[in-house]
Design a protein around this ligand. Structure first.
Ligand code: F6P
Length: 458
């Protein structure tokens, strides 16, 4: 078996003797542990060097080769082109795009720098698996460095329509750079189809089943919905019931039904529309007043970008407005929390909730809704209100699907969820849990790596 090299923008090195906290990180570590290998990427720090160099750390048999970004790379590659051009466009938000030619140049230069640094660490006998929109041109840059390794790329976020993609200056080169990989993985069939359509229309690529040819390059495509580690999360959720904080949370509900959401503070998550929906619920269904609470955790993210900071202020004002208008001396309807919690605490929150509210305006997959499903007590599960524009909507047929742009429709779904009969909740939950189990985290990486091996041998 070849060694595996995982490359992602952000790498967090597990603390010695402790397992990795994030679900995806756990999956990639388990893939690396099985194959042996290395995880390469940004260590989250900013330095003054013009050419930052990687340092290597060994943990549990895996090498973590991480490097800082310098201020220009952080500003132009990470904040600028990755998160002010690719992120908004790939999430269908043209209005949030801020293009600067220099940012695009630094994006390509940083990918080139990563490729040069990574190449020095390769033996030539690895499988390389690159992750996400920050690193689209990395494969091409590695090929320029002479790498002939089997190379796969997985896009964690949605792929935009050809018309939106065309709004990005230089989109042809970006699109063509995908063809340096042997296998390209998407979250949903729609993403695969929009990619094919764009490649055919913009580049003139030729399609045969799930293989695209562009010049003499051949790219295999596949669908690999990211999942969760169901057993671990179920254990954490069960265990949370013994924790004091979760017991106190349940007591503090005072018999009210809990609607819970937990997201990164990102405009793609539809948090403003969610607040409006909750306000409509209190206005249009006044019998819920004093009988329902909405807890929204919004963990700070990319706060150096104006849109993210504006959103934080907007949500504070919306939560304050609802509470000012509707609260009573002994009841405060919105519990808005702008901080990051460990996953175990969120599992406790989800387990205590009657309704999970997950309404992104656009999302590649969204693992929060899957975590909510795993967190439920199947003898008395909560209901899930889910955006039909999240990738997970393809899998979770037992959810109440809503258009996330329509706060009145979300309020109606909340009402339906809050009064859903026990038998219906159990039936919907069983179907969602079965689906989450079927596409779990291990299946995700195993299928991708099997197909990558096959893509280069066929
Ligand atoms: O979901 C996309 C993603 O970029 C993930 O890869 C990452 O873990 C998350 O968003 C957080 O973003 P950032 O690395 O910009 O803080």
């Amino acid at each position: 078996m070849k060694d595996l090299v995982v490359v992602s923008n952000r790498v967090s090195i597990p603390e010695a003797g402790r397992s990795q906290a994030g679900g995806l990180a756990m999956a990639l570590n388990s893939a690396l542990a099985r194959h042996g290998g290395m995880w390469f990427g940004w260590n989250g720090e900013i330095c003054h060097d013009t050419s930052p160099q990687p340092t290597q750390t060994r943990r549990n048999g895996i090498t973590y080769a991480t490097l800082p970004l310098n201020a220009e790379q952080h500003n132009d590659y990470y904040l600028g082109f990755s998160n002010e051009v690719l992120w908004p466009i790939f999430h269908f938000n043209l209005g949030a795009m801020k293009f600067h030619r220099h940012h695009a140049q630094v994006y390509y230069a940083t990918n080139q720098h990563f490729a040069e640094q990574l190449s020095k660490l390769l033996t030539g006998d690895e499988l390389i698996w690159v992750h996400d929109y920050h690193l689209i041109p990395l494969g091409e840059a590695l090929r320029r460095q002479g790498s002939h390794a089997p190379m796969g790329f997985f896009l964690h976020i949605p792929f935009p329509s050809a018309e939106l993609l065309r709004c990005i200056p230089g989109h042809r080169d970006l699109l063509a750079s995908f063809f340096a990989y042997d296998l390209l993985g998407f979250q949903t069939p729609q993403d695969l189809e929009t990619f094919c359509h764009a490649a055919i229309r913009i580049l003139g690529a030729k399609r045969s089943d799930n293989v695209l040819r562009y010049g003499d390059q051949r790219l295999k495509l596949g669908i690999y919905p990211v999942g969760i580690d169901v057993d671990t999360l179920q254990r954490e959720a069960q265990h949370s019931e013994t924790k004091q904080a979760v017991r106190q949370l349940r007591t503090s509900l005072g018999g009210c039904a809990l609607i819970a959401g937990a997201d990164r503070l990102d405009y793609s998550k539809g948090l403003g529309e969610r607040m409006l929906a909750f306000e409509h619920l209190l206005d249009d269904y006044p019998h819920y007043r004093r009988h329902v609470l909405y807890t929204q955790v919004a963990s700070p993210s990319r706060s150096a970008i104006t849109e993210y900071d504006d959103l934080r202020q907007q949500l504070e004002s919306q939560a304050g407005h609802i509470n000012g208008l509707h609260s009573d001396l002994d009841w405060v309807p919105v519990h808005y929390i702008n901080k990051t919690y460990p996953r175990t605490a969120l599992m406790g929150l989800f387990r205590a909730a009657q309704v999970g509210l997950v309404t992104p305006l656009r999302d590649g997959m969204n693992l929060v809704c899957k975590e909510f499903v795993a967190a439920q007590d199947s003898r008395d599960p909560g209901a899930l209100v889910l955006s039909e524009l999240a990738g997970a909507a393809h899998e979770l047929e037992g959810a109440l699907l809503v258009n996330p742009y329509d706060p009145h429709a979300i309020a109606e779904a909340l009402d339906q969820a809050l009064q859903m009969p026990h038998e219906e909740r159990c039936r919907r939950h069983a179907s969602m849990l079965a689906s989450v189990r079927c596409n779990d985290l291990t299946r995700w990486w195993q299928r991708f790596l099997d197909d990558l091996g096959y893509a280069v041998s066929s």
